[in-house]
Structure formats: C-alpha cells, structure tokens
Write a protein that binds this ligand. Structure first.
Ligand code: GLV
Ligand code: MG
Length: 310
C-alpha cells in the first residue's frame, strides 16, 4: 500500500507551483484541474499537467491528477488528454464530488479504453474518489465497492459543509453553536467504515487556514486518531505536520515491533497464546493492532531502537 500521509494540492494552472511541488517531501501530489483552476484556465492547465508529469522529477511521490466532476462538461476531455498524454507517468485519477457508484464505473471503463488504445499496462492506474456531499456519503458503501481500481476515499470538507448547510466558513473547525462533541465525527467514521470494508485507504481533506499550523495539527490528529491514513496539505508549512501526525511516534513504533516479535516467539517457541510482555497481556488481537502501527511506522521510514529478549 502506498504511503499517503501528506497529499499536496497543486493547481494545474500554475507552472511555478507545479515546479515547487516537486521539491516538497510529500507522499502524494495531486495536480488539480478542478476547483483551484478557473473555468477559462482549464484547457491550458491540462497541457501544463501533461508536461509537468512527463518532464518533472516526482521521485518518491504518488502522482495523481484531479479531474472535474461529472456534472461538468470537462471531465471526459480531462481524462483523455491527461491519460493519453502522460498515463505512463501517472498513478491515479481523482474524481471529485462522487455521488453514485456509476460515476466510478464510468471512469474505470474510460481508463480501460485508454489503456488499450495506448498500450498501457491494464488496470495500473488507480482511482481516488472524493466524497463531498450528502448523496455521496449516503451511497459511500456502494461507491467504495464499485471498482478494483479504487485506492482511496477522500473527504472533501469544504464542499461537504456547503452541501449540507453547515453554518461555518472555517473548514475543519467546529461550527459555532455546536458545543458538544465533534460535528465531523459521523462523517469521518462513515468514510472510514466504507473504506476499510473494501481495503481502501481514507484521506482527510484540506485545512484552509494555512498560517495556523497548530490548528492544522489539531484537526489532523482527530482524523489520524480514528485511523485515517493522511490529509491534504495546501502549503509547505503543513507538510511536516502531516507527515508527523500520520506517522506513529518512535515509542509506539518500537512498542508495536516488540509486540510482534514477542508474540511470534511465545506462540511458536513456547506454544503459548496469551502471554505477558512487561506489564501487559498480549494475544492475537494485540498482534493485529501492532501490525497496523508497525506497518505505518515502516512506511514512514522509522527504524527500531529497541529489541526483544525473552
Ligand atoms: C475539497 O475538495 C473540499 O471540498 O474540501
Ligand atoms: Mg471539493
């Protein structure tokens, strides 16, 4: 599974940002044709993106293009121009404002046709589906199961808040007047359940107050604690925070690797199923929890600082 702790949004209409993005230590970039690109700039942005993908150095990053949503006139040309022009340099297509599984099926079919026409490897290009309105959320289970190309569900908080009539202009912050609990909890959980049902990753959307890195961290931690894999970043100032918040701490990583090693030793060498590791009881369920943290730590490039001795 690809690491997607930090997912950088880059407007396809801005060649300077397309250059700069290549230098930032993010796990994924998505080159945007949708809401960060003005209607009159869409066509030129397609060309910029093809050039940037073909000629840029994106080493170490997952390369994604966000096309326009299927209520617009742009979507099919976005996909055809970008994938025919740079399909071999592209990992996924992101489809915004998905409301029904048929939209994902449409994209899957079109990608298959382009792959055949161009002689690309069949099925290599993945899909990321953004859930950004009530209908998308209500249909999220069917959307999550709609294509083998799907790799992630992505929450689009700005569009979502607008679509349901949430009374705030600050994306990710609690709406004034809602004093108890977290107004986003249901939405995040709903996405998480649908994603995990189909072994997909799940990514939180943007935090627009780019000067407020502490605010970014606070909102990112909420999603990370639930199990989200990463979050969008809009500015270099948010990158380090995202990579950190969505990686386990060194302490948790060491602990997880210790549990795995100790459990392996006790169950195979000593043939015991529930055993003590220091002060804690570990069993098969602990192993599964440890696997999650260890996998995230390895993907984040952490290395162990403690080893197990029976
Ligand atoms: C992202 O696309 C959002 O609407 O928040
Ligand atoms: Mg949006």
């Amino acid at each position: 599974m690809r690491s997607r702790r930090s997912v950088l949004a880059v407007p396809g209409s801005n060649p300077r940002f397309l250059e700069k993005a290549q230098t930032l230590p993010v796990d994924e970039v998505f080159l945007d044709l949708e809401d960060s690109v003005a209607p009159l700039a869409k066509e030129e942005a397609r060309g910029n993106i093809v050039t940037a993908l073909r000629e840029g150095d994106w080493t170490g990053k997952t390369r994604v293009v966000r096309v326009n949503d299927l209520t617009t006139q742009w979507t099919y040309r976005d996909v055809i121009e970008v994938v025919e022009g740079a399909g071999a340099y592209l990992d996924c297509v992101m489809l915004p404002k998905v409301q029904n599984p048929t939209e994902v099926v449409w994209l899957d079919t079109l990608l298959t046709q382009i792959e055949k026409t161009m002689g690309y490897e069949p099925g290599r290009i993945g899909i990321e589906a953004q859930i950004e309105n009530a209908r998308g959320l209500v249909n999220v289970d069917a959307i999550a199961g709609s294509s083998r190309r799907l790799e992630t569900l992505v929450f689009g908080p700005a569009d979502f808040m607008a679509s349901v009539g949430m009374r705030t202009l600050v994306v990710g912050e609690q709406p004034p007047g809602y004093e108890e609990g977290d107004a986003y909890h249901y939405i995040l959980m709903r996405l998480l359940m649908a994603a995990r049902t189909y072994d997909l990753q799940v990514i939180d959307g943007p935090y627009l107050q780019i000067k407020d890195v502490e605010g970014f961290r606070r909102v990112a931690r909420r999603a990370a604690a639930l199990g989200f894999d990463g979050k969008w970043v809009l500015h270099p100032s948010q990158v380090e925070a995202a990579n950190e918040v969505f990686s386990p701490t060194q302490e948790d990583y060491d602990h997880a690797e210790l549990i795995l090693e100790a459990y392996e030793y006790y169950t195979t060498v000593e043939k015991r199923g529930a055993v003590m590791l220091g002060d804690e009881m570990i069993d098969e369920a602990s192993r599964k929890m440890a696997l999650v943290v260890a996998a995230k730590g390895r993907a984040a490039g952490l290395s162990r600082t403690k080893s197990f001795t029976p």
